[in-house]
Ligand binder design. Structure first.
Ligand code: ADP
Ligand code: MG
Length: 243
């Protein structure tokens, strides 16, 4: 049959900071219902790439296609409106406010706090992300803070959710819980772009992986079909010994 149109395609996407190319001519396709890894060492350009997809940074060159149509994503608001949610590596939460109050800040101010609390509570239950909407952020662990960001993204009913190194702040138990949430999103037909430098978790949860090194794509594969050594070679270069 005909190939499915990717939900998101990136062609030749480039980001220059002065004369330094943090991302260089990147091509990437994300299918509907796919957990797609963006794998690479620190400094490979992963965060820069997804900041372009979420409208935080503007590309220096190249194109982004959403559902097959070229798109300019001028701001995070525009990204959310298209159906893209993002969980950043560093959260932007107000410690003195409650969970629901923090979520309210990114929504239409006409939506009541009680409605936000109800919806946040029901999403947190449905997606296995335990969270009390009335809790103050100052009292929450980093794992709980991340759940606020995920619930905030889910409230906008995204077709694609991007998570930047989410397990770097989680315990192994919290990471397992997050993976269950991601499998549920996938089962609903949503796409996940999952950034990580951890080979084992990418091999465990992702359907596809695009590997970045020094801002360039060095491989695209089904990570379950690769050996740790072959993935490591794409990440750090051809001089990695077979293990
Ligand atoms: P990763 O997320 O894979 O660790 P980043 O995308 O954060 O990598 O960074 C890629 C490269 O771009 C790094 O060398 C980083 O120092 C550089 N970089 C990132 N943001 C900026 C910026 N705003 N100005 C200049 N250099 C940047
Ligand atoms: Mg990063």
């Amino acid at each position: 049959g005909p190939a499915t149109v990717p939900l998101l395609s990136v062609r030749g996407l480039t980001k220059l900071f002065g004369s330094f190319a943090a991302c260089s001519a990147i091509d990437l396709d994300i299918a509907p219902g796919e957990i797609h890894a963006l794998l690479g060492e620190n400094g490979a350009g992963k965060s820069t790439l997804v900041k372009m997809l979420f409208g935080v940074l503007q590309p220096s060159a190249g194109r982004i296609l959403w559902d097959g149509s070229p798109m300019t994503i001028a701001s995070p608001g525009e990204a959310r409106h298209l159906g893209i949610g993002m969980v950043f590596q560093h959260f932007s939460l107000f410690e003195a406010l409650t969970v629901a109050e923090n979520i309210a800040l990114s929504l239409d101010p006409r939506i009541s706090l009680s409605r936000i609390s109800d919806e946040a509570a029901s999403l947190s239950k449905a997606y296995g992300l335990p969270l009390d909407p009335k809790a103050h952020v100052a009292d929450l662990s980093v794992g709980e803070r991340q759940r606020i960001e995920i619930v905030r993204a889910l409230l906008q009913n995204p077709k694609l959710i991007i998570l930047d190194e989410p397990t770097s702040v989680l315990t192994p138990q919290e990471a397992d819980r997050l993976f269950e949430t991601l499998f549920k999103l996938k089962a609903e037909g949503r796409s996940v772009l999952y950034i990580s430098h951890r080979l084992e978790e990418v091999r465990r949860i992702c359907d596809r992986a695009t590997v970045l090194r020094h801002g360039k794509v060095t491989g695209a594969c089904d990570p379950k079909q690769e050996t740790p050594a072959s993935l490591a070679r794409m990440m750090v270069g051809s001089d990695v010994a077979e293990v």
